[in-house]
Design a protein around this ligand. Structure first.
Ligand SMILES: Cc1ncc(COP(=O)(O)O)c(C=O)c1O
Length: 421
């Protein structure tokens, strides 16, 4: 180790060779460890996951799949990919798993490529109501190359309007229906989506990028028994390396594999595949179920705490790891709230609420998530404290300094990475 404490393999060597980058790594570690991380799509990967990510497996070209590669010398990395697949299959009871997608967006691109032709119609959740860019945004491949019809949430309940989904499906006869979201706090009724997909003969894609960790830990019902294809990320609530994956029925296995490689990707990132195997192994342990349960419990306490401060959780609360919060009663926009919280060491993001009168750069809401703070070991008492800090700093810009001190103390009492090896 050099002078600066940092958790990571061979950090002393990096410091000697490239002090500029080493400094960035320690500064980022300080940022993480001195503040409260409420970005719903982030988490803290374990030291074991980080070790696999920082390994020599990054060197290996392994185009193809285990046992049928286009490069020699893959017999060792084959073992890593087989372990990743086996563990994921055990975790979710999936018939087939592909662990090579570089990200959630890549996994979705592969799913479209496997099931559709350009110009086909897709029914997916509207972005302003919680859907993802890859669910039909005009600035994304999905909206440019496919005919996307959007469903949303009801104005009164702020819940998915399954009657609307069915009506749109009957009217537009989509080839694929997508369920799963980026900013929807409630449980999704996958059985209802399955019924609608069957009624119109559409494929059902469940994009569980956000909730896959909660499903792995049985804190939310799994989409796997209902969807033809399930896409996911490994770096959010699942707590693994940055990356993606796809699960599907045996019937679609070849189509999905060929869509990932050679259609949308070249060589897999074998260090990331190994790190995914480590994360799946961690998620198979009983303590991960406890973690997933606590993530949801913490989100509920946080949402209730903010509600008590006059900040209304969209749909009245949450069943998951995140809450979407309507700030209109405070007179503060999402953008200003995000900025004030950031100044106080609380990282969260502005987010459109359903039927938001403000543009996406401003928004009337924020999104808060609990995967990071739960990994740090925080529980209900700490969530009440976090809710009070968020509310204090949003309402009163003069409270930034005081809140920053409170946030730092709370974060330092729950250190995630050892500062000395
Ligand atoms: C629902 C959903 N799908 C896909 C993605 C894309 O994942 P990635 O950023 O790894 O490409 C996200 C990311 O937040 C997401 O929320």
């Amino acid at each position: 180790m050099g002078a600066e404490p940092y958790y990571g393999p061979d950090f002393g060597l990096l410091q000697r060779q490239d002090p500029e980058i080493a400094q960035i790594l320690t500064d980022e570690l300080d940022r993480l460890c001195d503040g409260i991380q409420l970005i719903a799509s982030e988490n803290f990967a374990s030291p074991a996951v980080l070790a696999a990510l920082g390994s020599t497996l990054t060197n290996k070209y392994a185009e193809g799949y285990p046992g049928r590669r286009y490069y020699a010398g893959c017999e060792v990395v084959d073992r890593a990919e087989r372990l990743a697949i086996d563990r994921a299959r055990r975790l979710f009871g999936a018939e087939h798993v592909n662990v090579q997608p570089h990200s959630g967006a890549s996994a979705n691109l592969a799913a479209y490529a496997a099931l559709l032709q350009p110009g086909d119609t897709v029914l997916a959740m509207a972005l302003p109501h919680g859907g993802h860019l890859t669910h039909g945004s005009k600035v994304n491949f999905s909206g440019r190359w496919f005919g996307v019809v959007a469903y949303g949430v009801r104005r009164d309940t702020e819940l998915i309007d399954y009657d609307e989904v069915r009506e749109l499906a009957l009217r537009h006869q989509p080839k694929m229906i997508i369920c799963g979201a980026t900013a929807y706090p409630r449980q999704i009724d996958f059985a209802a989506f399955r019924g609608i997909a069957d009624e119109v003969g559409a494929w059902l894609l469940a994009d569980i990028a956000h909730t896959v960790g909660l499903m792995a830990g049985r804190a939310l019902p799994s989409a796997v028994p209902y969807a033809d294809v399930v896409t996911f990320t490994t770096h959010k609530a699942l707590r693994g390396p940055r990356g993606g994956g796809i699960m599907c029925t045996e019937e679609l296995a070849d189509k999905i594999d060929r869509a990932v490689f050679p259609f949308i990707q070249g060589g897999p990132l074998m260090h990331a595949v190994a790190a995914k195997a480590v994360a799946f192994g961690e998620a198979l342990r009983p303590e991960f179920a406890e973690y997933a349960r606590q993530v949801v419990a913490n989100a509920q306490v946080l949402a209730d705490g903010l509600a008590a401060e006059g900040m209304r959780p969209v749909s009245g609360g949450t069943d998951s790891h995140l809450a979407l919060v309507d700030l209109r009663d405070t007179g503060i926009s999402g953008a200003v709230a995000e900025h004030r919280c950031a100044s106080a060491g609380i990282t969260l993001n502005r987010n459109a609420i359903p039927y938001d009168p403000e543009p996406p750069t401003v928004t009337s809401g924020i999104r808060v998530g609990t995967p990071c703070v739960t990994t740090q070991g925080m529980g209900g008492e700490e969530m009440k404290e976090v809710a009070s800090m968020v509310a204090q700093v949003i309402r009163n810009p003069d409270a930034v300094e005081e809140t920053r001190v409170r946030a730092r103390e709370l974060a330092r009492a729950h250190q995630i990475y050892p500062r000395e090896l």
